[in-house]
Design a protein around this ligand. Sequence first.
Ligand SMILES: N[C@@H](CCC(=O)N[C@@H](CS)C(=O)NCC(=O)O)C(=O)O
Length: 201
Amino acid sequence: MKLYSSAPSPFGRKVKITAHLTGLFDQIEVVNIDGSDPQSATLNPNPLNKIPALELDSGQLIVDSKVICEYLIKQSGRRELLPEHLRVDLLSRAALADGITEAALLMVYERRFRTESQINTNWLIRQNQKVLGGLQWFTDNLTEIVATPTIDQVGLAVTLGYLDFRFSGEWRTRFTDLALWLTQFQQMVPGYQLTDPQAHA
Ligand SMILES: N[C@@H](CCC(=O)N[C@@H](CS)C(=O)NCC(=O)O)C(=O)O
């Protein structure tokens, strides 16, 4: 199967870490997509031109990181990443982590795709509030990593990694419990280091 992604993509990173955790990474060919290169973007089979996208050997296309992660978990039988009895709770937590990442991504895009005079400060503030609100929620509802992380924990780690990558880790001074939690995640999950965007940029 082919995974269309890029080293800086937080959603792509979530899929890659899940692939490592499920033992399926070796079965995946990663096709790097450079969003700023129109030629490279034509390789992406996702009609929305978003990454990550997974193409199975049968040609079937699977899009959206949470759907791809769930597919990998099912294929590998590693149900402990998303135990059935915790499914709604963990998917909801994972959606909150994704929401923080999306807000942070919108802030990056606001600066990337608009000229200096077009940048809307109120929009940036609105997205930043989502980031801070989400980080506070996870601080108040943090779960311990036991043996294997769950899918929401992978999502949270990737979110924090993205804030490190694009926002110089400014969150760390205010959310010290999350910083400690991330250190623990990093030590327990080798796939986190292996997919570090700063090491592969
Ligand atoms: N909900 C999607 C979000 C994917 C997404 O926004 N990916 C970004 C890169 S990290 C992207 O492709 N952006 C390009 C665009 O939106 O045109 C997922 O979880 O896969």
